[in-house]
Design a protein around this ligand. Structure first.
Ligand code: DGJ
Length: 738
């Protein structure tokens, strides 16, 4: 049973995942009756008997309120261990929930009930609390799965009053707070970034104090990602305890880590940001997005693989599908989209083995540049006087699927849509309408905007039989108001995002073959919330191979390679001006979902031939990369020798990189991971190897244990050679020795 009661009174619960245990107790203060659900343990799996001992050691059922009552008056209180510390009572730390009843800004909660529900795939625990005198209910929910170490949490608040009762104002409502067990040292890992430089991994000691990562942009953002990992300072890629927290939300968010001077660390994560006020009238409720927690003890690599497994099992809509090799026209044609131009690219793309052709920005309204026409979602009348059917028939005629770029949440002031509905944008009375990239944000929280978007997208997908939508979002919110909604207007921060999800969900329901890519000026909307509704995400507009290696490394920390769209583009790269060989560019893009984004009409025949071979090679191993377990083997990607390996059943793929050929530093033997030590592996593809110790030959057999203990050598890592060498080695388990 994943959820077990540990005591007769029902105040202690053990939640068990395959490799971890999470113990919760509801502490009730005997004097005040105030109830506080606490996290008592989160770590390696314990037997129920052992979990009961945790209960005993912590004051347990025999000593309710023990911890709280032993605090001296100036000690920081135990709220750091609460599942959702509220603003109220003797608490001075980061509140996960802040509520105001008129002038009263404090919660005093008592226990209303605890229930356990058995669900397909796991169990769910709900702890209901209610305010002592206001009609307010808070329910904390925790879900555990039979097949995942990720624990899912969320919360709901309700106004339980009737007509005439005053509204209740919520100013902070996080999904959950997670306590990281005591340690002398704490270190955090997360990613930061900027446009064209997303997912830069940072790992640093956790300072004492409160450290906040946030987006106030209405999207997940390029600058930070809503996840964090914490370790006791000694975890490596292969070893050590790691605790992780990730919020599944694609709008504004905030994640605050408290490292208390008295010791103890907690992470509280939720949607919204400071200053946002949500009003609940009688009968209203708000439910948070899920926040996910993971404990692992195999280092950062095992943590990543556990996140990837969880995403494939419980988040992604189509994890078992092999993602097609796509072509995207953006870097080749930008806004100059014409039928002849796209078909010229499509013909070459098809000859290379591309399976899906995506027409990017520039096909609609009078979209000749980025100053106009967002909102006017009909074919550009001069470029496509007979509509888009000819183009899409042509693409399909080449044997490919067809996709289209859209940006449904946006409008240009210079558009028919804006002229007809100037009130549809995010706006505030007596404030400017600031434009970014000449565009304004449509208020997707408005039902008529949501329905309008669903209507035209549904027709577009249906009429053209689209297989794929690239859903872009190219600017943050500003002047985020909704005057017609009055005091309820801040709900737009929630409803905008929920309606994006809703439109995607309904489109998928109506067009089951449709696949969606999330893009936001590159990687501005990548998170486990959007991944529930999309099949791929675009992590960065920077397609430079070396820069992309760094992006891919940060992305892989929690998101799986099978969601990560990666294109091979022209050399020199249009973003950085750097040149890299085609093979290297391919090997980098092959570490995710391979796409092509260059101007194929300018590629030499030699490059086209090599591209066709590499696409073919990718197709033969893509299932392993997209669905396999990923091991970051060595090095600092993009900066020195590095390698990444994927294992699925008997198949093994290793991608090896060396951007600076003559560097003497770095390892030459590459130790593999995650193999069966008692099996022999056959070399199916030896990459560009030659003779010498450890260099593989096609057809040769190698012990799994030797490949992991000693390793192999790749020509790409040999000390003397050109810049930008790379290799792809493919192995297959041949037979087991015992
Ligand atoms: C930003 C995206 O990230 C690009 O790939 C491209 O689709 C442009 N928008 C189009 O305007």
């Amino acid at each position: 049973m994943p959820v077990d009661r540990l005591d007769a009174d029902g105040g202690w619960w053990a939640l068990t995942t395959p490799n971890s245990t999470y113990v919760i107790s509801v502490e009730v203060d005997p004097e005040t009756g105030e109830a506080a659900p606490l996290q008592r343990y989160w770590g390696p799996a314990l037997s129920l008997e052992a979990a009961r001992r945790v209960a005993g050691m912590s004051g347990g059922p025999a000593n309710p309120g023990g911890a709280r009552r032993h605090m001296t008056s100036f000690s920081r209180p135990v709220e750091i261990e609460e599942l959702l510390p509220v603003d109220g009572g003797c608490r001075w730390g980061v509140p996960s929930v802040q509520v105001a009843f008129g002038q009263v800004r404090s919660l005093e909660l008592r226990l209303a009930g605890v229930s356990v529900t058995t669900e397909a795939g796991g169990d769910r625990l709900d702890i209901a609390l209610e305010d002592r005198c206001f009609p307010f209910e808070l329910v904390l929910s925790v879900r555990v799965f039979h097949d995942s170490d990720v624990i899912e949490r969320w919360a709901t608040v309700r106004h339980r009053g009737g007509t005439g009762d005053a509204p209740i104002e919520i100013t902070r409502f996080d999904s959950g707070s997670w306590f990281v067990p005591d340690s002398a040292v704490y270190r955090y890992s997360g990613v930061f970034g900027a446009w064209a430089e997303e997912f830069q991994l940072q790992r640093a000691p956790l300072p004492i104090g409160e450290l906040t990562f946030t987006s106030r942009q209405g999207i997940t953002s390029h600058q930070a990602s809503p996840w964090i990992m914490i370790d006791p300072g000694d975890a490596t890629e292969e070893h050590g305890q790691v605790w992780g927290v990730a919020l599944a939300w694609s709008g504004s968010w905030r994640l605050t880590v408290t490292h208390r001077p008295e010791g103890g660390v907690a992470v509280s994560a939720g949607f919204g940001h400071e200053g946002v006020r949500w009003r609940l009238g009688p009968g209203d409720e708000i439910t948070t997005p899920p926040v996910l927690g993971l404990y692992t003890r195999g280092g950062f690599g095992a943590a990543s693989r556990a996140w990837h497994d969880h995403a494939r099992r419980h988040i992604l809509p189509t994890p078992q599908e092999e993602r097609p090799v796509l072509y995207n026209s953006w870097e080749a044609t930008t806004f100059a989209v014409t039928e002849a131009g796209q078909l010229a690219l499509a013909k070459i793309a098809a000859s290379l083995g591309v399976e899906l052709f995506v027409v990017d920005d520039g096909w609609f309204g009078s979209r000749d540049d980025d100053t106009r026409s967002l909102g006017d979602w009909w074919p550009h009348p001069e470029r496509f006087p007979d509509g888009l059917r000819g183009l899409f028939d042509g693409i399909r005629g080449f044997g490919m699927k067809a996709g289209l770029w859209v940006e449904p949440e946006m409008v240009n002031a210079n558009s028919e849509l804006y002229r007809a509905h100037p009130d549809w944008i995010l706006r505030m009375d007596n404030r400017r309408h600031d434009e970014k990239r000449s565009q304004l944000v449509l208020n997707f929280a408005r039902p008529e905007v949501r329905d309008w978007a669903l209507g035209w997208l549904d027709r577009l997908v249906g009429d053209l039989g689209l297989d794929y939508l690239k859903w872009d979002m190219n600017r943050p919110f500003t002047q985020a108001g909704w005057p017609e909604a009055g005091p309820a207007q801040d709900r737009l921060w929630i409803e905008h995002t929920r309606n994006v999800y809703r439109v995607m969900e309904l489109l998928r329901k109506r067009h089951p073959h449709l696949r969606i890519e999330s893009c936001s000026g590159g990687g501005g909307r990548v998170d486990f919330g959007i991944m529930r509704h999309t099949d791929e995400v675009w992590p960065s507009d920077n397609t430079d191979a070396r820069d992309r290696q760094i992006v891919h490394h940060g992305f892989s920390q929690i998101y799986p390679a099978g969601t990560m769209s990666a294109w091979v583009t022209d050399s020199p790269n249009p973003n950085t001006g750097r040149s890299a060989p085609l093979r290297y560019r391919f090997h980098v893009a092959m570490s995710g979902v391979l796409g092509i984004g260059g101007d194929l009409t300018t590629w030499s025949q030699q490059d086209l031939d090599e591209a066709a071979e590499l696409i073919d090679a990718y197709k033969s191993i893509r299932r392993v990369i997209q669905q396999g377990r990923q091991y970051r083997l060595a090095g600092t990607p993009g900066q020195d020798r590095s390698a990444v390996q994927y294992v699925l059943d008997d198949e093994v793929v290793v991608l090896i990189y060396n951007p600076y050929g003559n560097a003497k530093r770095g390892p030459r033997w590459l130790r593999l991971a995650g193999l069966d030590p008692d099996a022999l592996y056959e070399v199916v593809d030896a990459g560009g190897t030659g003779d010498g110790p450890g260099l593989l030959r096609r057809g040769s057999l190698w012990h799994g244990s030797v490949l992991m203990a000693v390793g192999l050598r790749s020509a790409a890592w040999e000390p003397i050679g050109a810049d930008y060498r790379s290799d792809m080695i493919v192995l297959r388990r041949h037979h087991r020795l015992r």
